[in-house]
Design a protein around this ligand. Structure first.
Ligand SMILES: Cc1cc2nc3c(=O)[nH]c(=O)nc-3n(C[C@H](O)[C@H](O)[C@H](O)COP(=O)(O)O)c2cc1C
Length: 168
């Protein structure tokens, strides 16, 4: 299976469904080792003149160590047949199990950036911004319900360098 690159502006996706319902795998590499995790909070848009993706990672995620160590990461979107794998990658930590082997994912690289051949859509992203949320910035007090453990996410703003679509 191969992928073709398309302009980000040609992407025909509903971001609410794509990220919020289909979920994505955030994948990064550090010293030749990969980490991946499921994420469903984030967005797609424009920031500082670049087509951008937004993700938010809690401090305890093993994958965050890889994201922080790397200039690039990928966001992989898999179809419904991989729902169990996505749920597993969102439940188990790579600190405890080899999630990629467990799921039987095939690792590919675009340049130095790892992604999965099982994806139907891949965003190759360059990190541009990272900042942990601060409680005193939350205007809506309801947000605090997400942070009983005060484990505030770090927001990452990523430039989408390439959009890769699986060729049928
Ligand atoms: C549907 C779903 C969505 C998730 N979204 C996020 C997210 O946006 N940010 C985050 O930090 N964790 C999110 N998680 C939790 C991580 O995927 C989970 O803690 C995972 O085990 C972390 O793996 P790691 O420790 O190997 O990085 C989500 C989990 C699921 C099941």
């Amino acid at each position: 299976m191969s992928f073709k690159e398309i302009p980000a502006e040609s992407l025909q996706e509903n971001p609410f469904h794509l990220i919020g319902k289909e979920w994505m795998l955030v994948t990064a590499e550090k010293e030749g080792k990969l980490s991946t995790m499921t994420a469903s909070w984030g967005g797609l848009g424009v920031m500082w003149n670049k087509n951008s993706a937004f993700i938010a990672l809690r401090p305890q995620r093993y994958t965050k160590e890889f994201v922080d160590a790397s200039s690039h990461l990928s966001l992989s979107f898999l179809d419904e047949t991989h729902r169990k794998d996505l749920a597993y990658c969102g439940r188990v930590s790579g600190r405890d199990e080899d999630k990629i082997s467990h799921c039987g994912f095939t690792v590919a690289h675009e340049g130095e950036t790892p992604y999965f051949e099982e994806a139907r859509l891949v965003l190759i992203c360059k990190k541009r911004f990272a900042q942990p949320y601060k409680a005193d910035s939350f205007i809506d007090p309801e947000i605090m319900e997400c942070y009983e453990k005060k484990d505030y996410h770090t927001l990452y703003i990523l430039e989408i360098e390439k959009v890769l679509i699986k060729e049928k």
